[in-house]
Design a protein around this ligand. Structure first.
Ligand code: NAP
Ligand code: ZN
Length: 355
């Protein structure tokens, strides 16, 4: 099936219209019309080849919401007209211990990413994957999520990455009423961490570089904002947290956050990919503190998160953009000038733009 999208042709070129071919439906495939796609900082990293493994042309986008247009003959869960969502993965081996536990993000053979990857498991030769900055998508049934009634379709998309990436560590570290949670960086992931932690009943502190987002932090559900560049305020907050989720997208010093952890507490890194500035072992040893990492979440946990958000009325704060505004949105994302997630209205992508 021929469709259209927006692609990066190289690390240096702006995104531009691109013709995309989607595979013919296999028996377990779902075809969808993409209605909205969120803009994750990962899209910017990958388009610019910040991590060194980008393949071009690249159609980014892994926060995808749409409507089912057709299903393969063996599909039982979905029918045409249903609202479905796709996140960062479109396949995994489905057979290893991690996949069988519902932890497809930790598949022993590596999951297949929604874009900038190859369809390793079910396709010979391996075809490149293209993401949600496109009008249509085909995905195997197991990697399509059901959008629960009660969620605003125009705001759901960011839950598929920013939502699950912060929900998963909150659940892994058993956050609930009374938990003291810190969130470093108030961007796309950070604002979802605040909303989700607050909805789970935690006491939430935003750790931001300046006080500029103070009012926003409180409006999002945080109890306070701690200015991370204020050494005295940071010293006063020592030993005060059970879990800190660090969403900063670039190399940075995590040492100031380690002393904020209580005994046995954890700093979980979800933002930066690559080497950190040197962490000191002193606060780790003295406080039996921990540093951890966490990638997105499994399919079952993603569905749980969507259902949780529907039940609790948790929606991302979005700024809707047109497809042809994406390059400007990337520039603004780089400057942390978004409150708090860009979402592309895919109705704005019309065939005349493709090339
Ligand atoms: P974002 O919307 O750009 O937000 C990042 C926030 O970090 C900013 O709002 C800013 O908050 C802070 N920040 C930005 N530059 C900084 C700097 N130089 N030093 C310190 N703080 C800085 O990005 P996002 O979409 O939330 O993504 C964040 C990171 O998570 C990206 O690297 C992305 O690739 C990664 N990610 C990981 C996973 C995973 O599975 N682990 C999933 C999705 C995304 P303040 O202004 O409040 O300081
Ligand atoms: Zn993402």
């Amino acid at each position: 099936m021929k469709t259209i999208g927006y692609a990066a042709r190289s690390a240096a070129s702006p995104l531009a219209p691109f013709d995309v071919t989607r595979r013919e439906l296999r028996p377990n495939d779902v075809a969808m019309e993409v209605l909205y796609c969120g803009v994750c900082h990962t899209d910017l990293h990958q388009a610019r080849n910040d991590w060194g493994w980008s393949q071009y042309p690249m159609v980014p986008g892994h926060e995808i919401v749409g409507r089912v247009t057709a299903v393969g003959r063996d599909v039982r869960r979905y029918k045409a007209g249903d609202h479905v969502a796709v996140g960062c993965m479109v396949d995994s081996c489905q057979a290893c211990d991690q996949c069988r536990k519902g932890l497809e993000q930790l598949c022993r053979k590596g999951n297949v990413q929604t874009y900038n990857d190859k369809e390793r498991f079910s396709c010979e030769p391996a075809e490149p994957t293209y993401g949600g900055y496109s009008k249509h998508l085909v995905v195997r049934e197991e990697f399509a999520l059901r959008v629960p009634d009660g969620l605003d379709l125009a705001k759901v998309a960011p839950l598929l990455c920013a939502g699950i990436t912060t929900y998963s560590p909150l659940r892994t570290w058993n956050v609930g009423p009374g938990s003291r949670v810190g969130v470093v960086g108030l961007g796309g992931l950070g604002h979802m961490a605040v909303k989700l932690a607050a909805a789970l009943g935690a006491d939430v502190t935003v750790m931001s570089r300046t006080a500029d987002k103070q009012a926003d932090a409180l409006a999002l559900g945080a109890d306070r904002l701690l200015v991370s560049s204020d050494a005295e305020a940071m010293a006063r907050a020592a030993n005060g947290f059970d879990l800190i989720i660090d969403t900063v997208p670039v190399r940075h010093d995590i040492n100031p956050y380690l002393s904020l952890l209580d005994v046995d507490a954890t700093l979980v890194l979800v933002g930066q990919v690559g080497p950190l500035a040197e962490p000191s072992t002193v606060p780790l040893l003295l406080g039996r503190r921990r540093i951890a990492g966490s990638p997105i979440g499994g399919i079952a946990e993603t569905q749980e998160m969507l259902d949780f958000c529907a039940k609790k009325g948790v929606h991302p704060d979005v700024e809707m953009i047109r497809m042809d505004e994406i390059n400007d949105a990337f520039l603004r994302l780089e400057r942390a000038d978004v409150r708090y997630r860009f979402v592309i209205d895919m109705a704005s992508l019309v065939p005349a733009q493709a090339g």
